[in-house]
Write a protein that binds this ligand. Structure first.
Ligand code: SF4
Length: 267
């Protein structure tokens, strides 16, 4: 996943997974003089939730002596996530959950923050739990081919798109939590107020119940997909990366998903 001279940006939300990843990569990076590490945090603008996480993320970075870059939805898009959700509720277009919107806007924001710190790779703290949830989500949404793109090291599809890596993709969430407790690191433990609406939350409950009864289930699901991923990649129709006609960011469509969302809430 990493080269000896990578410029790594760790996506730190302030939760146990990302804080553990930050501490582990900081220790690893110390052994490689040509590598460098910084942290990036996205402030989606979720009242009563993200404010505390931002403080925790920046405390951890200060303690480790790591550069910390923050980017907010308001700065990039003109609205906080709370405002976007409220605006959407008032229109007839309430077709997407807060998490679906948040995911699209955060992916773009992470890429922009990564470019600001000159990153060659963005490391995210997706655990085995996140990965298996995403696999099942794609199946539930009838879009299994999408799994081809969501691999542990993403393709470098465009100069303006930073490669993403997932060093924790085989690590169960329980273990990242254990690491954070053992190391006595500060992390945010309250859940996002929008999380319970998402289908991901239902899938998390199902998977946890199955894992408890039949240990190894999550690992087996992940490994099964790894086996068929080459076929999924062949089945995926690779689209040419162009530039959005509105914002100029890389996209495979004429208008990128971010601008489509913003257009909808402005009408
Ligand atoms: S739970 Fe949903 S809305 Fe909250 S931060 Fe995560 S993706 Fe965004």
């Amino acid at each position: 996943m990493l080269k000896y001279n990578d410029t790594i940006a760790v996506a730190v939300s302030g939760g146990k997974d990302s804080v553990s990843l930050l501490h582990i990569l900081a220790r690893t990076e110390n052994k490689f003089p040509k590598a460098s590490l910084s942290a990036i945090t996205i402030d989606e603008g979720i009242k009563g939730y993200r404010d505390e996480a931002m403080r925790i993320a920046s405390d951890n970075c200060r303690k480790l002596g790591i550069r910390h870059e923050t980017v907010s939805f308001r700065e990039l898009y003109g609205y906080t996530l709370d405002e976007i959700v409220k605006k959407q509720e008032r229109t007839e277009h309430r077709t997407e959950t807060a998490c679906a919107i948040c995911g699209v806007l955060r992916r773009r924001a992470l890429n922009i923050a990564g470019r600001r710190v000159g990153a060659s790779k963005i490391a995210t703290a997706h655990t085995l739990d996140d990965e298996t949830q995403t696999i099942l989500l794609n199946i539930f949404h009838g879009d299994i081919i999408r799994t081809a793109r969501e691999k542990p090291v993403t393709d470098k599809a465009d100069d303006d798109l930073i490669q993403k890596i997932k060093p924790f993709c085989l690590i169960p969430e329980e273990e990242t939590a254990l690491y954070a407790y053992v190391k006595k690191t500060k992390f945010q433990s309250i859940a996002c107020p929008y999380a319970s609406d998402a289908l991901r939350n239902d899938i998390r409950l199902i998977l946890n119940r199955l894992e408890k009864k039949r240990p190894g289930t999550k690992f087996t699901i992940y490994k099964s997909i790894e086996k068929v991923r080459p076929s999924l990649e062949m089945a995926e129709k690779k689209k040419r990366v162009a530039r959005c006609v509105i914002c100029g960011e890389p996209t495979s469509e004429r208008t990128c998903r971010v601008c489509q969302i913003l257009q909808k809430i402005r009408t």
